[in-house]
Design a binder for this molecule. Structure first.
Ligand code: NAP
Length: 251
């Protein structure tokens, strides 16, 4: 992809898991990076320092996150912060807004979990604005699989459907966000997933067993389409295999 002469990037959430990696990679490529997160004194809900951090910025990389998983809390966060960034970005003359989303959230049969509905609302808020955008949709990070097990735990048992899941290595996602940033964009919708596809119950069972976690994984009926959270069209394929090697692959 073509590298523009000079670019200044605001990473909204620049000290988070994804944001800090993207910041380091962009800086190593000579890009001027501004971090805009709570630790930087920036709050997109309260409107604190937003115009200030956007001064002279060409590109926003929006990797904000919330620990609210309920629909009301998550929608209010993702919709509110994205609208605030878009409005302030339009004022500041931003040319490209890159949003990190999740594979499957944009499809009509995607999950109705509150957090995923909030990511749908976030994509809509981005697209309602006038800044040219790229939505980078990633599957679950490989390092996130143990958290997924916790989220599916009820009364000490992990309740997991046989839905398909194709986790990606976080560094490969960060590298893609950097390439999208340096391309100058906009690229529309871009997806990335890991090289291997599993059933979620097998993945959680194998991961817990390998880490000595005694929780049972119980296979439960899927609430939606089995392939709702894996790419259905073209996508970037990560190279890094899942670190636990004896888990059956989905055919
Ligand atoms: N986990 C997965 O498997 C997965 C898969 C696909 C996509 N994603 C997406 O990846 C994105 C980033 O996730 P992450 O794990 O990197 O998140 P994270 O580590 O929790 O980082 C979130 C960032 O948001 C900032 N922030 C939160 N509220 C803010 C506010 N009101 N104003 C300004 N900044 C605020 C935080 O600031 P401080 O650092 O100062 O607290 C932090 O820098 C999320 O949008 C998530 O949906 C995740």
């Amino acid at each position: 992809m073509k590298e523009p002469a000079k670019v200044k990037v605001l990473i909204a959430g620049g000290r988070g898991r994804v944001g800090s990696k993207v910041a380091d990679l962009l800086e190593s490529r000579g890009v001027e990076v501004v971090s805009g997160g709570l630790d930087d004194g920036v709050d997109y809900i309260e409107g604190t320092r937003v115009a200030e951090v956007l001064e002279g910025v060409d590109t926003i990389v929006n990797v904000l996150n919330t620990n609210r998983f309920d629909e009301e809390g998550a929608v209010s966060f993702f919709d509110g912060t994205t609208r605030a960034l878009t409005a302030a970005g339009e004022e500041a003359g931003v040319r490209h807004h890159i949003l990190l989303s999740i594979v499957g959230v944009g499809d009509e049969d995607g999950s109705d979990i509150g957090y995923y509905l909030a990511k749908v609302a976030q994509e809509r808020a981005l697209k309602a604005g006038s800044i040219p955008y790229t939505v980078v949709r990633s599957t679950q990070f490989q390092s996130y699989v143990p958290v997924l097990a916790d989220q599916h735990t009820v009364d000490g048992k992990v309740l997991a459907p046989r839905d398909l899941i194709q986790p990606v290595e976080l560094d490969e996602l960060a590298a893609l966000l950097v390439e999208v940033t340096l391309s100058g964009g906009p690229l529309g919708d871009v997806e990335i997933a890991g090289p291997e596809r599993f059933h979620m119950d097998d993945l959680l069972r194998g991961t817990l067993a390998a880490t000595g976690d005694p929780r049972d994984v119980v296979t439960v009926e899927s609430l939606g389409a089995e392939d709702a959270m894996v790419p259905r069209g073209e996508y970037h394929v990560g190279k890094t295999l899942y670190p636990i090697r004896d888990i059956p692959l989905a055919s």
